[in-house]
Design a protein around this ligand. Structure first.
Ligand code: ADP
Length: 477
């Protein structure tokens, strides 16, 4: 039996045990109390009869021979008349048995003090001289100036016996309940522990490297939720693992292409091409281009790894998005002019403040603009606009370029994903630009997405959270 099952069983059985013992004790206590009260009222009404039928009817010298004793003796209650100091006066068998001995249990002592007395613990001999425990009752009865005590008692054995019988039944019941509980638990526990055991096995398998694990989810309780989240985690881990493998393969591939090219040209140069200065210059230019591409790739990779690992908060300031866009557009103007493209900026009426890291936001916008320029033909227009909602500022960068096919639109933010590998490479792209942009924007609490009609153009949208206090400050200024 695994330990969680055992622990739960111990808890369960203990709870049943405690509840049953407590309720059993309470039950015995109240049954006994009720029984004692019943006996007390029987003893008291018996005493009434003795007082009414004998004490008040006969002369004290006649008490012992009153015929009523015969009728009273038919009950299992013993009744006596005692003197005011507790010495038996009638009926005859007790007088003979005790002589001038006083009865002095608690009940009689109270009656001597002129009070009604009752005790459940009177120890005395019966007419057979056997010592018994009695439940006894005594009451003073006055006739004229003389006081007598009417004393009635019944053996406590019957009561004690029925109590121990009740106790015995209770113990048996507790034992049966515990056994039934344990059996039920044994079967029910599986429904709780089995999924946990499965999860332990799967987690072990995952730790050993088998990442694609799935466990059945039964219901929505805590265990169901645990199973659901376990599956979710397994899926994410497995995806991450695939991504990692793909990433390494991509990096190797991207580095191999320029390296092969560099090696081919340097070998050719070494084999004699150096002799011809024209060819040598052409080849060395290619080598230089390839080396630059590699260095660009490496710096992009370093940038990504910084974004991945640091996750430390960027230094953020309140930025004027409009001013920032103006500066970045001016920087990109040179590139656009080379293709005779125009960048239009619809300046919003109000200032747009965000919380961000200025060089990083500049880097992202510049990257999106350079893509718009790269993937659009000559003589086209790129328009930049800002839209403000209750919660955020959205920058729209719209071009009239080649566009992005629908099935690629969600993938362009992946590392190394390029719609047209040849074209991207020819433009000096690494396929990492948008992935870096996405990381930076998300680090700012915003997001980036694209919409496009192939052949007509693309619109990239950058969403930033609005910064409100800045707006208030600026109004004050
Ligand atoms: P690259 O270095 O290849 O430009 P990016 O990550 O910047 O890498 O972009 C990924 C791919 O998304 C590009 O290769 C290109 O196919 C596509 N893309 C990005 N921006 C545009 C755009 N404005 N118009 C058309 N295609 C685009």
């Amino acid at each position: 039996m695994n330990s969680i099952k055992l622990k739960l069983m111990i808890i369960y059985v203990s709870v049943v045990l405690v509840v049953m013992i407590l309720s059993g004790t309470y039950m015995i206590y109240s049954v006994r109390n009720e029984e004692i009260n019943r006996v007390r009222s029987r003893l008291s009404s018996h005493a009434d009869i003795v007082a009414d039928e004998i004490v008040h009817q006969y002369d004290p010298t006649q008490f012992w021979q009153a015929p009523e004793w015969g009728i009273l003796a038919a009950y299992n209650i013993e009744s006596m008349i005692l003197s005011d100091i507790g010495i038996p006066m009638a009926p005859q068998p007790f007088v003979a048995l005790l002589g001038a001995q006083r009865i002095n249990d608690e009940a009689v002592l109270l009656a001597i003090g002129m009070e009604e007395g009752f005790t459940t613990r009177s120890r005395a001999i019966d007419t057979n001289r056997v010592t018994q425990t009695w439940i006894a009752y005594a009451r003073p009865v006055s006739v004229g100036a003389t006081t007598f005590i009417v004393y009635t008692r019944v053996s406590a054995d019957a009561l004690n016996e029925s109590m121990s019988r009740l106790m015995f039944h209770l113990v048996i019941m507790v034992l049966i309940a515990v056994v039934i509980t344990a059996i039920l638990w044994f079967f029910l526990a599986n429904t709780i522990t089995n999924p946990i055991v499965t999860m332990i096995d799967r987690a072990k398998a995952m730790a050993e490297g088998e990442l694609s694990q799935e466990i059945p989810v039964h219901g929505k309780d805590e265990i169901g939720q645990l199973a659901y989240n376990f599956n979710h985690m397994a899926k994410e881990l497995s995806q991450l693992d695939t991504m990692r493998k793909e990433f390494v393969a991509n990096v190797s591939h991207e580095l191999r292409t320029p390296l092969t090219s560099i090696r081919t040209y340097t070998e050719t140069l070494l084999e004699g091409a150096l002799e011809d200065p024209q060819t040598a210059t052409r080849f060395l230019t290619i080598v230089d281009d390839e080396a630059q591409r590699m260095s660009l790739l490496v710096s992009d990779l370093l940038e990504l790894s910084r974004l991945d690992s640091a996750r430390s908060k960027l230094d953020q300031d309140v930025l004027d998005l409009v001013g920032l866009l103006r500066v970045t557009i001016r920087q990109s103007q040179i590139l656009a002019e080379q293709k005779n493209q125009t960048i239009q900026f619809e300046t919003p009426v109000d200032a747009c403040f965000i919380l961000g890291n200025s060089p990083r936001v500049n880097q992202v916008i510049s990257n999106i603009l350079s893509n718009a320029i790269k993937y659009s033909p000559e003589d086209t227009t790129i328009s930049v606009s800002v839209e403000t909602t209750d919660t955020d500022h959205r920058v729209y960068i719209k071009d009239e370029g080649v566009g992005i096919p629908e099935d690629s639109i969600s993938r362009i933010f992946e590392r190394f994903y390029r719609v047209d590998k040849g074209r991207s490479r020819a433009m000096g792209g690494t396929g990492l630009g948008l992935a870096i942009a996405k990381e930076i924007i998300e680090e700012h609490g915003g997001n980036i997405y694209a919409s496009s009609t192939p052949g007509e153009g693309t619109t990239m949208v950058l969403r930033f959270n609005r910064y409100f206090e800045a707006a208030v400050d600026s109004e004050k200024d």
